[in-house]
Ligand binder design. Structure first.
Ligand code: C2E
Ligand code: CA
Ligand code: CA
Length: 538
């Protein structure tokens, strides 16, 4: 009888999950990583598959979100980790020389405080030397709070694991996040590489000053399908390739065959550490530094600021910078310009304060400012730009800055809308499946809505929030740290937070959101929380 290939839906996936683990319906395929210059193998990535006896093979893009939503992903990830260890043990026992294998870590694994201990237990059980195992995390892991990911990274490093940053550049990262995450390998996905690779001469180029640490780590290019792409990557100094050009993800036996046929070699950094701004690489349009600056760091600029005249001048920008600002200009048009003239004076002051803070403190600083834009088709409009800056040099009154920008206009407008909605909730919550509460940052006091009081037995005023809600298991223990971290983030000024969280002992999935209200000086005042029942659409 032939397999009936069909996409499984949420109830089937959840219903079959235990069996899938027990009978290895969830298993790993392996995609080799190759040095394009030498043809040797440098590693492989284990990718999860699920083969249901009737529905056939399911792809991770379809089932992983379901596992994440149902809090099952960490068990699936541990299962893959164990599968990899079992495979490597089998090889070692047969005297086959093995290669490091990367295992993916969902960002939900990071919230799971035991995760590192669990994988350590498995590794020891199979007695696999730690150098043969790598863990892949993604930038989005930092969303749940930097503390958590930093802790997990430290734990992994303490045990000797190699950690890879997967899908580098796919999301926005503040410079600090990038700088603080101490990863050992970067993976660049060709899918995120925009348009004309290689092109563009002198206008853009880089100062990856903040990224020197990163540039001293090995880089693997992923999703490489054509020889042209591989050769291009090689020309920038990145020799390590994982993609269909060499191999698709292979079943275990086929992978074993390739692993025994090919020679192995270790990963080494592609680039040399750049210590100074004028290093030749910065100005070389074909260098890896330029590639990363243009394609993987989000909107970035380098500008000078004169403390006495307050003049600001752009020296370098990348393509994404122009795109974020929505300007109808080329990079070349912007060089030498003062692009800050669209500020209201109030907003300009805010921006200058940020620069001065960055000069005094030597740390990364952030501000959000509104400015006017004008275009022939749409007339005048206002946009909100979030800027992260860091001072990178000074000469007399002139200071050199590195900036990363994000256009957060849509987000801001949504927040404003949300705040209005939130005010309306106070009257409307009785009709909907919504729980709302107000959290005062300074006093850690929480004021629940009538529904919260009625359904959860909360008093009108809860002190030392969120501890009582964690004690009462309204927020389950495995989400406690994440939820505590949210409140720290709010205190630090994070504008909004949201996640699906299984609430109460019944673990009913709710969409939990926070929106922050600040006072006129930008100091966090109150946060408005809401929890909406997740309705299953299918
Ligand atoms: P990822 O970690 O970025 O994995 C790389 C994906 O790119 C894989 O898709 C791989 O098959 C695909 N790929 C490799 N070479 C090429 C190429 O040349 N061209 C194209 N177009 N694609 C290529 P896959 O196996 O479908 O996995 C998708 C995603 O699912 C992974 O993206 C990862 O985020 C997630 N995933 C896979 N396995 C696991 C796992 O064990 N645990 C967790 N938490 N997530 C996993
Ligand atoms: Ca991966
Ligand atoms: Ca990837």
């Amino acid at each position: 009888m032939e397999d009936l290939e069909a996409k499984m839906r949420e109830p089937e996936l959840v219903g079959c999950f235990e069996d899938a683990l027990q009978f290895d319906h969830i298993y790993a395929v392996y995609q080799p990583q190759i040095n394009h210059s030498t043809g040797r193998m440098v590693g492989a990535e284990a990718l999860m598959r699920w083969k249901h006896p009737i529905y056939g093979v399911q792809m991770p893009g379809d089932f992983i979100p379901v596992l994440e939503k149902n809090n099952l992903i960490y068990r699936a990830d541990l299962h893959i980790f164990e599968t990899v260890c079992r495979f490597q043990r089998k090889c070692l026992d047969q005297g086959i020389s093995i290669i490091p294998i990367s295992v993916n870590m969902s960002r939900y694994d990071i919230y799971n405080t035991n995760y590192v201990e669990e994988i350590e237990g498995i590794r020891k059980k199979y007695d696999i030397p730690v150098k043969y195992l790598r863990l892949e995390i993604t930038e989005s892991s930092a969303i749940g709070g930097r503390e958590m990911i930093t802790r997990v990274l430290r734990q992994l490093h303490d045990h000797g694991y190699t950690v890879e940053m997967d899908d580098f550049g796919s999301g926005y990262s503040s410079l600090n996040i990038l700088k603080d995450l101490d990863v050992d390998v970067i993976k660049l996905d060709m899918a995120f590489l925009s348009g004309d690779i290689g092109g563009r001469g002198g206008t853009i180029l880089s100062s990856i000053v903040q990224m020197t640490k990163w540039l001293n780590t090995p880089v693997i290019a992923e999703g490489v399908e054509t020889l042209e792409q591989a050769d291009y990557m090689k020309s920038t100094g990145c020799n390590y390739i994982q993609g269909y050009l060499y191999y698709r993800p292979l079943p275990e036996e086929e992978f074993l065959e390739k692993m025994t046929q090919l020679e192995h070699e270790p990963l080494t950094p592609a680039m040399h550490l750049i210590k100074t701004l004028d290093a030749g690489k910065f100005w070389d349009p074909n260098s890896m530094e330029t590639l990363i600056f243009n394609n993987f760091v989000g909107g970035a600029a380098i500008f000078t600021y004169n403390k006495s005249t307050k003049a600001k001048k752009i020296l370098r920008v990348n393509r994404k910078y122009v795109k974020e600002l929505g300007m109808n200009m080329t990079e070349r048009d912007i060089i030498g310009k003062d692009v800050w003239n669209a500020f209201d004076s109030h907003e300009e002051q805010k921006y200058e304060d940020m620069l001065l803070r960055a000069i005094v403190g030597g740390e990364e600083e952030m501000s959000e400012t509104w400015r006017k834009v004008y275009s022939d088709c749409c007339g005048e409009d206002k946009i909100c730009i979030r800027t992260y800056v860091r001072e990178i040099g000074e000469a007399g009154e002139e200071y050199l800055f590195y900036a990363m920008v994000q256009n957060v206009t849509a987000e801001k407008k949504r927040d404003l809308q949300l705040a209005e909605d939130e005010a309306r909730y106070k009257f409307a919550f009785e009709q909907a499946n919504v729980y709302a509460w107000e959290y005062t940052i300074a006093t850690k006091e929480m004021r629940p809505c009538f529904r919260c009081m009625r359904d959860l037995g909360l008093p009108p005023l809860v002190r030392n929030y969120p501890e009582p809600a964690i004690e009462q298991r309204i927020f389950p223990p495995d989400y406690a740290d994440m939820y505590r971290d949210w409140h720290k983030q709010l205190e630090q000024g994070v504008e909004s937070l949201e996640a699906i969280i299984p609430l109460t002992v019944g673990r009913v999935p709710f969409h939990v959101r926070y929106t922050l209200e600040k006072d006129e000086n930008g100091k966090p005042l109150k946060a408005y929380g809401s929890a909406t029942l997740v309705i299953n659409e299918d």
